[in-house]
Design a protein around this ligand. Structure first.
Ligand code: GLC
Ligand code: MG
Length: 249
């Protein structure tokens, strides 16, 4: 067995089955001690909501924590986010203009204040009107010269973030930061905001058995032999995938 980079989404991927999480934590922690394997959590949550989850669930302390859909990277909680990454987020980003543009759409309801971040503006958007609203919003943002990305997840959450700020780009930044090959990297997810994680290079992908149709549909359209659809759910699905790819024996 050898060192690898373990990157996982939290809600409904790592977290969802406490017993399976215990089992996975034990294996991962052992692996980290023996081989210096790196553990990264990458989530849509803000740091505030991450800390809330960390109080409720038994999470290992990660080597890096990526919050707000890839727009903030922390190595130690309490420190400022990685300034090199933050500097990349500012390119083509105009937060006020994004908010102003979104305010023209009555179907967009702002999420709580904790989830509005320097490089992430988030709304609730009902699935019934989502396709039309996303189409029109994207057009208007483009017309105003905004180089942003719209990410719709779980049939309810809309995140607007800098084009460079997605989960995949943040994962790649860390992979290069630590000098770890794509083939020694594994990424895990369950929903729409994880798609970017599965589309960077040939990182090994684990899609947990409880993944949402939005991610499964994308996998069908973009088949790849370095991606594994687990049968088991949540952390048990991750464990299944880690054995499948030979990271665990
Ligand atoms: C988390 C965040 C929320 C975001 C969602 C999808 O729930 O708290 O702001 O919209 O993930 O990325
Ligand atoms: Mg999730």
């Amino acid at each position: 067995m050898a060192k690898f980079l373990f990157v996982t989404d939290l809600d409904n991927t790592l977290v969802g089955d406490d017993q399976a999480l215990e089992k996975l934590n034990k294996k991962l922690n052992q692996h980290r001690q023996e081989y210096d394997t790196k553990i990264v959590y990458i989530t849509g949550r803000s740091l505030t909501l991450y800390q809330q989850l960390a109080q409720e669930k038994n999470l290992l302390i990660p080597d890096a924590l990526v919050t707000a859909v890839g727009t903030e990277i922390y190595y130690h909680i309490g420190d400022d986010p990685d300034p090199n990454w933050s500097a990349q987020m500012t390119i083509g980003w105009d937060r006020e203009l994004v908010i102003n543009t979104a305010s023209h759409f009555a179907d967009l309801t702002p999420q709580s204040d904790t989830e509005q971040r320097p490089f992430k503006v988030s709304y609730f958007l009902s699935e019934v009107v989502a396709a039309d609203v996303l189409f029109e919003l994207e057009n208007l943002l483009q017309k105003r010269g905004l180089n942003v990305k719209l990410i719709y997840s779980g049939s309810k959450d809309l995140d607007i973030i800098p084009r460079r700020g997605n989960k995949g780009a943040a994962m790649q930044f860390l992979r290069q930061h630590w000098g770890i090959e794509a083939s020694q990297t594994v990424v895990c997810g369950d929903s729409g905001n994880d798609i970017a994680l599965f589309s960077v290079d040939r990182e090994r992908g684990i899609i947990v058995g409880n993944a949402l149709p939005e991610l499964l549909r994308w996998c069908e359209i973009n088949p790849a032999d370095y991606r594994y659809l687990a049968k088991s759910h949540y952390a048990a699905g991750i464990l299944e995938g880690l054995y499948y790819f030979g990271f665990f024996k």
